[in-house]
Design a protein around this ligand. Structure first.
Ligand SMILES: Nc1ncnc2c1ncn2[C@@H]1O[C@H](COP(=O)(O)O)[C@@H](OP(=O)(O)O)[C@H]1O
Ligand SMILES: CCc1ccc(OS(=O)(=O)O)cc1
Length: 271
């Protein structure tokens, strides 16, 4: 998977976002695929047929990949569009549209640990040799899609817009039912109680881990090593099992420096 600059320029200058599109925006390893699966299931009213028959990257294509871009240009009607792009590289047409956007945020410490395991099995990026090395890359912003802090700050600057919904991985873990209700309200969708139950069941960690259309097992060989797994643990606070005391202190200090001026209720995790 490559992101040549001329392609990124075309995406930014030429791609037309339509008012009826829904954008699913994240920094990698924030629970992107969980959000996509959930929104797909809301669209299908809890019926798992769609999520079990079409790969997740075709249901909600990545606008920044060549495959996703071509697919999106051909799609008729309201589209689901995923992206890891930072706000300053996003298609310009979006800023004049009424398209709804959901930005999913996750404790960056967990993003870091999850990213370390994910990228070390990927064949299309420079792979970290150790968590210590990935920690350095991450705090310097020297990773795919750049600095977590810049990404989060950039997209959260849109938070007062009425077409913007911010969610966190942590609230999905703590109360997925309420989170699905919040998404439905934002998207103007109504689910019957049994449809909502089916959304919860089919978007669970276990269901997604077993769903070959969602767990990236189809990408093994070409893009990932055989031992790579997208659905690794699916918990909050796993960073505590990996950070040293010194790394935890470095991260806290950096977080303070970079994010202290933002309302702290945007960050729902308990460190
Ligand atoms: N249904 C689900 N429930 C909980 N976590 C999920 C999930 N689906 C994916 N995840 C977690 O989301 C992370 C991947 O995020 P993304 O889709 O943005 O790459 C992984 O975190 P871990 O590596 O901490 O387990 C993965 O396990
Ligand atoms: C847009 C390219 C890309 C990069 C990484 C992905 O994995 S994940 O969604 O972050 O797990 C998917 C697409």
């Amino acid at each position: 998977m490559e992101f040549p600059s001329e392609h990124l320029r075309e995406v930014q200058e030429d791609f037309i976002i339509k008012d009826e599109d829904v954008l699913l925006l994240t920094y990698p390893q924030s629970g992107t695929n969980w959000l996509i699966e959930t929104v797909c299931l809301i669209y299908s009213k809890g019926d798992p047929k769609w999520v079990q028959s079409e790969p997740i990257w075709d249901r909600s294509p990545w606008v920044e990949t060549k495959h996703g871009y071509e697919l999106l240009k051909e799609k008729e009607g309201p589209r689901l569009i995923s992206s890891h792009l930072p706000v300053q590289l996003f298609p310009k047409s979006f800023f004049k549209s009424k398209a709804k956007m959901i930005y999913l945020i996750r404790n960056p410490r967990d993003v870091l640990v999850s990213g370390y395991f994910f990228w070390r099995s990927a064949k299309f990026v420079k792979r970290p040799q150790s968590l210590e090395q990935y920690f350095e890359w991450f705090v310097e912003g020297n990773v795919v899609f750049g600095s977590w802090f810049d990404h989060a700050r950039g997209w959260m600057s849109m938070r007062d817009k009425e077409n913007f919904l911010i969610l966190s991985y942590e609230e999905m873990k703590w109360d997925m039912r309420s989170t699905v209700e919040k998404i439905c309200q934002f998207l103007g969708k109504k689910l019957e109680p049994e449809e909502l139950n089916s959304v919860l069941k089919n978007s669970s960690f276990q269901a997604m881990k077993e769903n070959s259309m969602s767990n990236y097992s189809l990408l093994k060989g070409q893009y990932f090593e055989e031992n790579g797994q997208l659905l690794r643990k699916g918990v909050t606070g796993d960073w505590r099992n990996y950070f040293t005391v010194a790394q935890a202190e470095t991260f806290d200090k950096l977080f303070q420096e970079k994010m202290a001026d933002l309302p702290q209720d945007l960050f729902l995790w308990k460190q």
